[in-house]
Structure formats: structure tokens, C-alpha cells
Ligand binder design. Structure first.
Ligand code: GRF
Length: 208
């Protein structure tokens, strides 16, 4: 029986790295997937989370598509995950990893997304719009911010007295659950895309 080598994941961060942390915890001891590389567009706490685990980590020039591709290829990366990464991925990198780059966004896309919509601003806009619920989106990355096919979404209730901070915390807790689920599906080959529609095939043996 051939023992397949684990799928190798690169995670891009720009900040705290709490989503990266939930990925590390989720794949701890996994034989089917591993976080092999953590990159950031600046020195960020997320890089230290990787260094503490002896995972290769470093700062990149976010616009240097050749260097990014060289890094990903030389580390035999299969999947790229953007976890709080604030830069647009160069088109050449997207083309090199078609439908193999995932991003997590703290709102129900296609609303409340796009250039400049990140962090506090997202939750402020959702509350200002008088929404009754927000949520988390994980999508495949294309050449535009927060625009590729949506793979999974999970709703989050809005409380009457919510501030952007209280809403952000409630959304982040759901991010930490949804992202590992989607990345696991990705590494198990259970994400399917047709035209601009994407979906997750349930794991075999799980009751639907
Ligand atoms: C998260 O809310 C994520 O959805 C957004 O940026 C934040 C990153 O948080 N893209 P962290 O760095 O993973 O803690």
C-alpha cells in the first residue's frame, strides 16, 4: 500500500495569526496534511507562532510574484491559505495555483468585502448597514480582493448592543472553527469547483 506524503500547506499572514494558530492546532499530528511554510508581508506575530513550532517562516515582498512562486515551489506547497493576509496575491501566483488558494473573510461575501475591507472596518460596515446577522466566508482566491468562488459560509448572530469589537470577537471564534474544516476538506480533495461555483463534498462515512 503506497503511503501518500502529506499535503503541504503554506499560510500567509499579516497580523496576530489567531487563524494560523487554529490551523496549527487542527493539523497537530496529522499524517495527511502539514503547515510547511508561513509567510507574511511584514514582521508579524503570526510568524513567531510558526517559529515556535520550528516551521519555516519569513517576510516576503508581497509584490514579487517570481520570488513567491519560487518559495512555494521549492517547499513543494500544494495549498495556500490566506489567514488575515492583507495584500492581494499577484495574478501570476493565482495562475500558478489555480483553485488552490483559500482566503477567509470575516463577513458574508459578496457583501462587505473588497479592497480596504478588513478587520474593524468590516464589522463597522455590517453594523452600520443594520444587518441582523453577520458571518464568515472562506473562498477560493482569484485576481480580485474577496472575489473568488465561495466554498463555505457560516452565519453569526448580531446582538442589539454589539460594537464592532464584540461582533469581531464572535465572528473570529467562528473563523477558528470554519477555516480548519475547509482546509481539511481541501487537503482531502473534497473541494470542487465548476465555473464560479464551489462546494465541499462531505467526508466519506460521515452521516449527511
Ligand atoms: C480575521 O478576522 C480574518 O478574517 C481577517 O483578518 C483577521 C485575521 O486575524 N482576514 P488573525 O491574524 O488570524 O488573528
Amino acid at each position: 500500500m503506497s503511503v501518500e506524503s502529506p499535503m503541504r500547506i503554506a499560510v500567509f499572514v499579516s497580523g496576530t495569526g489567531s487563524n494560523l494558530e487554529s490551523l496549527f492546532e487542527s493539523f497537530e499530528g496529522s499524517s495527511t496534511a502539514e503547515i510547511a511554510l508561513v509567510l507574511a508581508d511584514r514582521e508579524a506575530p503570526g510568524l513567531d507562532r510558526a517559529r515556535r513550532r520550528d516551521v519555516i517562516a519569513g517576510v516576503i515582498d508581497h509584490a514579487d510574484e517570481a520570488a513567491i512562486i519560487e518559495l512555494l515551489e521549492s517547499h513543494q506547497i500544494d495549498w495556500v491559505v490566506l489567514a488575515g493576509y492583507l495584500r492581494r496575491i499577484p495574478s501570476e501566483v493565482v495562475a500558478r495555483y489555480p483553485n488552490h488558494i483559500l482566503n477567509i473573510h470575516p463577513a458574508l461575501l459578496p457583501q462587505f468585502g473588497g479592497k480596504g475591507m478588513y478587520g474593524h472596518r468590516v464589522h463597522q460596515a455590517v453594523l452600520a448597514a443594520g444587518e441582523s446577522e453577520s458571518g464568515v466566508t472562506v473562498h477560493l482566491v482569484d485576481d480580485e480582493y474577496d472575489h473568488g468562488p465561495i466554498v463555505a459560509q457560516r452565519k453569526v448572530p448580531i446582538e442589539p448592543d454589539d460594537t464592532p469589537e464584540t461582533l469581531a470577537a464572535r465572528v473570529l471564534a467562528v473563523e477558528h472553527q470554519l477555516l480548519p474544516e475547509v482546509v481539511r476538506a481541501a487537503t482531502e480533495g473534497r473541494i470542487h469547483v465548476e465555473d464560479r461555483e464551489a462546494w465541499i463534498e462531505e467526508a466519506a462515512g460521515r452521516s449527511s
